[in-house]
Design a protein. Structure first.
Length: 111
């Protein structure tokens, strides 16, 4: 039986990842897990379409959906560096210090 790997970051419905690559559309500088199909697309310079979530009436990339994004990202990829980087980068919030979903800390100067 093959090793269990994290699901594809681009869209977890693609299935298990086969490698980690930079996914330019995410804006992250940390490699993310990608499936074989996304690896092939990125290898040709194409940008695979990401998983979208409906958040507050607007379709958005799954890693940018504020509160729901933390639950989604931490559920599929707990403890991964790109989760911490992405959440604080896009949302202006630090990830919960306990690694769970119990609240967020606002950066200094934000109400």
């Amino acid at each position: 039986m093959p090793d269990r790997t994290a699901p594809c970051f681009v869209d977890p419905r693609h299935g298990p990842s086969v490698t980690q690559l930079i996914y330019p559309e995410s804006g992250l500088s940390t490699p993310v897990p990608v499936c074989a199909g996304c690896q092939a697309s990125l290898g040709t310079g194409a940008q695979p379409r990401p998983r979208m979530l409906l958040h507050q009436g607007t379709w958005t990339n799954h890693w940018m959906a504020m509160g729901p994004a933390w639950i989604y990202l931490n559920g599929y990829w707990p403890g991964q560096p790109f989760v911490q980087q992405g959440f604080s980068h896009y949302q202006g919030f630090a990830a919960p210090p306990d690694g769970g979903t119990a609240g967020r800390d606002r950066p200094a100067g934000q109400a």
